[in-house]
Design a binder for this molecule. Structure first.
Ligand code: C2E
Ligand code: MG
Ligand code: MG
Ligand code: MG
Length: 278
């Protein structure tokens, strides 16, 4: 009996694996098609100066709309696009589109607005990246200083020559860098010495638990102080209420991003937001 059960478990496991692979394959096919058909949309989420409550910048976030009106989360399809070699094509479109949107908004009178774009480590390893970014900026007639690239710690820690070269060249162009999701995963902070970022984004997981456990308060305070010491601007991700916004202001955090101000919205919703937080 035990043996039979065992076999059944294995069988179920195999079936589950087959199903997972089939799902993945399906999603991959859809992804290819969606990229060909330019079926993606960029949404933008405000980053707000905590003292003045002004919107300084917007982060471009990919959305993949489905026929039923729902979205597939980028957390689901970005890793897949990385695996099947589609991320550069998708990422290049994001860069171009985000620069155009920022330039359009600047022309509508929000002349100081900046835009932040997430970059995958796979894109970052592509030698063409610098050219792609130059083109995106030129096409949009957007100054490089208006563009911030968000990189994750895992990329910065893979301290290869190519990564260093890309970082240097892109810095020379005048774009700035943010370290995204800071505090997740890596305890080795050595990379902060050699890498000249301008911004450190404290991961949402710390901010969310602020309301639950006061133990995270000294931790966030320490991160903010360290960032200040290194000359980095701090952004708190995932602020959902006024109390958290006030607490982070008190802790000396520079900017906030989160549902408290706004979720990511389509470009045409931004002017109204920028008016009220302008
Ligand atoms: P991220 O770069 O850390 O982006 C912030 C995520 O937090 C976004 O999720 C945003 O919608 C969500 N968020 C913002 N404020 C709040 C809040 O107050 N509460 C909660 N619960 N969530 C909040 P989203 O849009 O689903 O994106 C997930 C991740 O997918 C991003 O994390 C980023 O790593 C990746 N991603 C999105 N767009 C792109 C892209 O164009 N290229 C690349 N390579 N990755 C992207
Ligand atoms: Mg980001
Ligand atoms: Mg983040
Ligand atoms: Mg995140």
């Amino acid at each position: 009996k035990a043996k039979e059960d065992g076999r059944n478990t294995v069988r179920q496991y195999d079936d589950k694996l087959d199903q997972d692979n089939a799902d993945k394959f399906n999603l991959q096919q859809h992804l290819r098609q969606a990229i060909r058909q330019r079926a993606f949309v960029l949404y933008y989420q405000p980053q707000v100066d905590l003292r003045s409550q002004q919107i300084i910048s917007v982060e471009a976030l990919l959305r993949w709309p489905q026929p039923d009106g729902s979205f597939i989360s980028p957390a689901e399809f970005i890793p897949l696009a990385e695996q099947c070699g589609l991320i550069s094509e998708l990422g290049n479109w994001v860069l171009a589109e985000a620069c155009l949107a920022c330039a359009r908004l600047r022309q509508q009178g929000f002349s100081q607005l900046r835009v932040a774009v997430n970059l995958s480590y796979v894109q970052f390893k592509n030698e063409q990246l610098e050219l792609t970014i130059q083109h995106a900026l030129l096409d949009a007639r957007l100054p490089a200083s208006a563009l911030e690239l968000e990189l994750t710690e895992s990329l910065l820690i893979s301290d290869t020559e190519l990564v260093q070269k890309q970082l240097n060249n892109l810095s020379k162009l005048g774009v700035t860098f943010a370290i995204d999701d800071f505090g997740t995963g890596y305890s080795n902070l050595g990379y902060l010495r050699s890498f000249n970022a301008t911004t450190l984004k404290v991961d949402r997981s710390f901010i969310t638990s602020l309301g639950v456990s006061s133990r995270d308060e000294p931790l966030i305070q320490a991160i903010i102080n360290m960032a200040k010491g290194l000359g980095l601007k701090t952004v708190a991700e995932g602020i959902e209420n006024e109390a958290t916004a006030q607490l982070l202001t008190r802790l000396g955090c520079d900017e906030g991003q989160g549902y408290y101000w706004s979720p990511a919205v389509p470009e045409n919703k931004l002017p109204a937001l920028l008016q009220t937080h302008g």
